[in-house]
Ligand binder design. Structure first.
Ligand code: HEC
Length: 148
């Protein structure tokens, strides 16, 4: 192996390492955000059940903040953005109703918000399921196997 080859390999190894590191970091940040999201959604329900409007407003605002972070918006699919907007809009609706001290409005808003959690997750499962067979096919193609 020549000296140049060794340098090229060293540089490539560093680059790949940096890329993998960035990806792992982004994944960890997303994971952290998801835990925060769940916590605020639970605290929000607690606020609703006890009719504490300041608590409701606080946690709904935290959910809006989370939905605007870079990690949350990393998925650039138009449909994901749509789900994300629905989520933020439901949380904004809750803030508005909390300011009006309208407990029924807040409760309906929470139902809206929960539906948006379910719809986005359902969508994520769908694209994951749709992607899996395609990946298998690509790998088979790479290995020169016949595509089933
Ligand atoms: C715009 C899309 C979107 C919305 C809306 C959304 N999530 Fe998520 N959620 C994600 C993504 C992306 C992940 C990361 C894991 C994945 O890819 O499945 C995730 C993961 C989670 C996880 C971790 C699951 C696991 O397998 O570790 C929880 C818990 C969670 N979300 C709760 C909620 C709750 C509660 C709401 C509503 C208040 C909500 N999510 C709304 C996109 C969304």
């Amino acid at each position: 192996m020549t000296r140049q080859t060794k340098i090229v390999i060293a540089v490539l190894t560093l680059l790949v390492g940096a890329l993998v590191g960035t990806e792992i970091y982004a994944q960890a940040r997303l994971q952290q955000l998801m835990i925060e999201k769940l916590t605020h959604a639970q605290k929000l329900l607690e606020g609703i059940a006890t009719a504490k409007f300041d608590k409701i407003e606080k946690h709904a605002n935290e959910l809006i903040r989370i939905s605007k972070t870079a990690e949350w918006l990393a998925n650039k699919q138009p449909r994901y953005e749509q789900f994300s907007n629905d989520f933020a809009r439901s949380a904004e609706g809750i803030v508005k109703k909390a300011r009006e001290k309208n407990i029924d409005g807040v409760t309906l808003g929470y139902f809206d918000l929960t539906s948006s959690c379910v719809r986005c997750h359902q969508y994520l499962r769908e694209i994951r399921d749709a992607r899996a067979p395609g990946l298998e096919r690509d790998l088979a193609g790479l290995k020169g196997e016949r595509i089933k």
